[in-house]
Design a protein around this ligand. Sequence first.
Ligand code: P6P
Length: 354
Amino acid sequence: MTSTDHNGFSTSTGSGDSLNEIRTDIVTLTRFILTEQSARAGTTATGDFTLLLNSLQFAFKFIAHNIRRATLVNLIGLAGASNATGDDQKKLDVIGDEIFINAMRASGKVKVLVSEEQEDIIVFEGDGRYCVVCDPIDGSSNLDAGVSVGTIFGVYKLQEGSTGTIEDVLRAGSEMVAAGYTMYGASANLVLTTGHGVNGFTLDNALGEFILTHPDIRIPKSRSIYSVNEGNTVYWDTATREYFESLKIPPAGGKPYSARYIGSMVADMHRTLLYGGIFAYPADVKSKNGKLRLLYECFPMAFLVEQAGGLATNGKQRILDIVPSQIHARSGIFLGSELEVQKVVEYYNKHESV
Ligand code: P6P
C-alpha cells in the first residue's frame, strides 16, 4: 500500500503487520540542487554552481570516509607540523586539506581557495567563477577523544572582471552566495544554505548519497541553553560577563539556563541550530579579536543562523557586515536564537553608552 506523507513523499508500507515504512521517494542532495537550479532557470543559472556543490559533497564523503577509519589506520595524532594560524596540525587536518584542495581544483569551477591550513590564497588555473573559503577539519583537537568534528565552508562569486586575487575574498560575509558545514559524528550531517533557507542532509553510507532529512530548518526564537567556554570568564569584558551572569543567576522567579559546551564549533553550532539557545566565543583580553576565524568559521555559521531566523553579532556589529582585513582574521561571535542574541546586544549597548 502506498501513502503520501506531509512532505509529499510517497511511502510504501508492509503487509500491514510490519511497523516499518520504507520511503521509496527520497531527495538526494544532487536532486535537491538540480531542483533549486531549475527553480532559478530564469536567472543566469549555468549549472556551474550545481557542479561546484557536487564537488563539495564529494570532498565531504571522502573526508567522512577517512574520519570513520581514522582510529583503525592510526590517522589520529599529530602530523608534526603547524598550520597557517599556528595550530598543531593533526594528520587528518592535512588529509582533509589535501582532499578539499584537490576536489576544488578538479571541479574546474573554483578560481580562488582559502583554507585554514594554507598561509596564502590558492589561485587555480582555468575560468572558475567561484571563490571557496574553508576550514577542512574544524575541532580537530578533539579528534582523539571521538568528539564530532566538521568541515565549514563559504562560497563567494568571483568579482566581475577579476582574475582571482585576495580582494575576491576580503569581502563582507553578506556577499556569500552559499555556506554550510558537514559534521562527522555517528553519521555525516551536511547543513547548507544557498540564500533560500537552510536544509539538512544525512549521508547514507550504503547509497553514498546525502539524503534530505531536515528540510527548512528554523532556529527557535529563544531557548534557555548557553554554550561558551567559561574558563575564559576572567578575560571577558563587562558586557559579556554581565550577560552570562544574568543567565546563570536570573531575576527572582526566573529559571537558570542550562550550559552545554562541546568545544567543537560545528557540534555546538549544530545543537544550537536545532534546539535554539546561544553559542559564543567572545573577544576578550587574551584574544582581543576573538579566537574563531571570520572568513571560514564565523561568516558561514552567521549566514546559516540568519537564514534559519536567528542572529549573529560580535556584540557591537552584525557578523555578516564585517569586512575581513586579512584571510585569517578572527572575530568574537555570539550566534543563535533571535531573542537570546538580542539580549547580548542590549548589554553591549548599555556599556557602550556609558
Ligand atoms: P576552546 C576548535 O579548536 C575551535 O576552533 C572551535 O571548533 C571551537 O569552538 C573552539 O576552537 C574551542 O576553543 O578555547 O574553548 O577550546
